[in-house]
Design a protein around this ligand. Structure first.
Ligand code: NAP
Length: 259
């Protein structure tokens, strides 16, 4: 299916690895010129080169921390008016809320709620003027099914979700859609790091914890960044123009509810 995106531009944040990279690659395969960001310049340049070689589109890279005003300013200078905005950043650390103070909460809210909102604020009015735009926020399955040790993520991402639910209705009339993609367990560096931490805490091996988690998922596997990226590309497509304000959970069936 031709997704109708050839020649469009996308800003994909936190995209040198994992889910962000998957989104950038899938959009590039549809002929979208992409700007990608990450803090580590080396991995970012390697990913930019990989996407260029695989797709032939123009790839611009901005090495910066997207959760800072300076990082966002540099990113938006490189890509001031994208047709597609994919927001993403690292997730907050796990822990117990009794140990978190204001500083921890502010860091989480800045990274996983205010950063996407600032990026949307800087780009959405230009989408409205062009009568086409797509915003996709990478959030988490924890928004729908909270994870006890990820209270910072549960809280901050739910704030973004609530804001975007209202925004989606405001901008729908201009051909601009706003949706969230909610990853369950995907095989990325982050999942491997979390698994290593869980293994160390429980005295089990990495493989034991990894395989146990996989066995608990109805699909008996973890998702791939490629599957995630393709879902993102579909949400950005011309065909998905009537899908807005949604939270698409991708978790292999892990969430146990009917809807
Ligand atoms: P990942 O494999 O660790 O990749 C994270 C990417 O984001 C890297 O390119 C990293 O590069 C970049 N990044 C992190 N913090 C950044 C920042 N402040 N500014 C710019 N770039 C930044 O992680 P992932 O699994 O793709 O996860 C992506 C998001 O989905 C996270 O918020 C995570 O919490 C959420 N999530 C993931 C899963 C899962 O199973 N994988 C499940 C639920 C939710 P640098 O480190 O070089 O900056």
């Amino acid at each position: 299916m031709d997704l109708g995106l050839k020649g469009k531009t996308a800003l994909v944040c936190a995209a040198s690895k994992g889910l962000g990279k998957g989104c950038a690659m899938s959009l590039a395969r549809e002929g979208v010129d992409v700007t990608i960001t990450a803090r580590g310049a080396e991995a970012l340049e390697a990913t930019a080169a990989e996407i260029r070689a695989a797709t032939g589109v123009t790839v611009t890279s901005v090495a910066c921390d997207i959760t800072t005003p300076e990082g966002r300013a540099r990113t938006l200078a490189a890509c001031p008016a994208p047709d597609i905005l994919v927001t993403n950043a690292g997730g907050p650390p796990p822990g117990n809320f009794r140990q978190w103070g204001e500083a921890e909460w502010i860091a989480a809210v800045k990274a996983n709620m205010l950063t996407p909102i600032e990026l949307i604020k800087a780009t959405i009015d230009k989408m409205i003027q062009r009568r086409f735009g797509r915003v996709v926020n990478i959030t988490s399955g924890a928004v729908k099914m909270p994870i006890d040790v990820l209270g910072l993520s549960n809280g901050a991402r739910s704030g973004l979700t609530g804001f975007c639910a209202g925004l989606a209705r405001e901008v729908a009339q201009y051909g601009v859609t706003v949706n969230n993609l909610l990853p369950g367990p995907f095989d990325t560096d982050r999942l491997r790091t979390n698994t290593r931490t869980a293994a160390e805490k429980s005295g089990k091996t990495f493989d034991e914890v990894w395989n146990q988690r996989m066995a608990q998922n109805p699909s008996r596997r973890f998702g791939t960044a490629e599957e995630f990226g393709d879902a993102c590309a579909y949400l950005c497509s011309v065909q998905a123009g009537y899908i807005t304000g949604h939270n698409l959970l991708m978790d292999g069936g892990h969430y146990p509810g009917t809807m």
